[in-house]
Design a protein around this ligand. Structure first.
Ligand code: ZN
Length: 405
């Protein structure tokens, strides 16, 4: 491809809406607009990645730090919209809302008799625990939903120090919405003072830790009152006893007990469907220096950035054109910067765009029959004879030659 055909627009300054350096370089190098829309160059790169993806292991060959499980591949990034939990010891990886973790029950106690206590203005677990001078672990938190498909009332109990995962609940009961005040009242519960004890026409779901906890304080289903010493099994039963709570950073891994980390991330693939725009962002994030992108082969859309330095006596452009035609017939993907621009402008753009190798045709070298090669990630140039370069007939030969230089 020729630079001008792709209508590449590079920019000197990072866009002020850039949340990451990778995004800033993708905009500066002309892969994306500031509005995060791929340009022609960006589309071409995405098509190139799509082509690579026919090999199911391609994503592991892009030199990216990725974490994955059987269904999804994630790239941790500060600006990522999803939270992923990862165990650095056994590599267990799962979305935060679905991750399983090892729970620790409090020491087993004798079940004590139920006791109704006056608890004015204790609508929240915090207020209740403070008022009764007990830890939140000794309370039962109530959450009430209505199932969408049959309008059944669903009453959920988790330990007071934990957060429900509605995603886990949905896996067991289907789609839900918060119950209305009327629905709560109809079931016999009292908002802010609810418990599953004595409810009618209700599906009760409890977190598995509730079944291992004794003498929890729960609502009395009467405004202003709670019950001390409620016990699952003795005072109420549940249709569903499963893991229903969300993990947090530092909780123990379900497999190995190691503390879990929570990482913001983007999803690169889900059920073998790739998110190529996210892969492009991950590549830019992982592969850049202070001058621009440093995309590795084979992720880069072009292996070579070919350019000529306008000459005074010799037609460097014609020689570059000859290299372009020869390497193109050898199937080497190239971007030919055929503009009559100053050397500095072209070198800057080559660094921004980040192809693995730059080939420069300049008057000085050409007088000796040489052109200049510069790997993007190396400091120094090498010279190669024009005849040797134009004798290549395949990408394999080309990369062998580069390795040997
Ligand atoms: Zn683990």
């Amino acid at each position: 491809m020729k630079y001008r055909d792709l209508n590449i627009q590079t920019q000197r300054e990072a866009p002020n809406n850039a949340r990451t350096e990778g995004f800033a370089f993708l905009v500066r190098a002309g892969y994306l607009t500031r509005e995060n829309v791929p340009t022609q160059l960006g589309e071409r790169t995405i098509d190139h990645l799509r082509g690579l993806s026919s090999d199911p292991s391609f994503i592991f060959q892009l030199s990216l730090f990725i974490i994955n499980n059987e269904t999804e591949i994630f790239f941790p990034i500060q600006s990522g919209p999803i939270e992923v939990v990862h165990c650095s010891s056994c590599q267990y990886t799962e979305r935060l809302e679905l991750v399983r973790f090892a729970k620790t029950a409090l020491p087993r106690e004798e079940e004590l008799p139920l006791e109704k206590v006056l608890t004015p203005d204790c609508h929240t677990i915090e207020a209740l625990a403070t008022f009764l001078h007990i830890p939140k672990e000794k309370t039962a938190k109530a959450l009430m939903y209505t199932r969408l498909n049959d309008s059944r009332f669903i009453f959920v109990v988790v330990r007071g120090d934990m957060q429900i995962s509605e995603a886990k609940l949905r896996q067991h009961v289907g789609d839900i919405r918060p119950a209305t005040a009327e629905e709560i009242e109809r079931a016999g519960a009292a908002a802010g003072y609810a418990s599953p004890i004595g409810l009618k026409n209700t599906i009760i779901a409890v977190d598995d830790l509730i079944a291992l906890s004794q003498n929890l304080v729960a609502g009395a289903n009467e405004t202003g009152y709670h019950l001390k010493n409620t016990n699952y099994g003795r005072d109420y039963a549940a249709e569903i006893v499963v893991d229903l709570v969300q993990a947090k950073a530092g909780d123990a891994c379900i497999n190995c007990g190691n503390p879990l980390s929570v990482l913001p991330a983007v999803s690169l693939a889900s059920h073998k469907t790739y998110a190529f725009e996210n892969i492009l962002l991950a590549l830019a994030e992982a592969h850049h220096d202070n001058k621009g992108l440093t995309l590795p082969h084979p992720a880069a859309p072009f292996d070579v950035y070919l350019m000529h330095l306008p000459g005074k006596e010799m037609d460097t452009r014609a020689t570059a054109e000859e290299i372009y035609n020869t390497l193109r017939s050898a199937d080497i993907p190239m971007l030919f910067d055929d503009r009559e621009e100053r050397a500095g402008v072209k070198f800057n753009d080559a660094d921004l765009i980040g192809c693995p190798l730059r080939i420069t045709v300049g008057e000085k070298g050409l007088k000796e029959g040489m052109v200049e090669l510069k790997p993007r990630q190396e400091k120094d140039n090498r010279l190669i004879s024009f005849t040797r370069l134009t004798s290549l007939t395949s990408p394999a030969e080309f990369w062998d030659l580069i390795k040997d230089l």
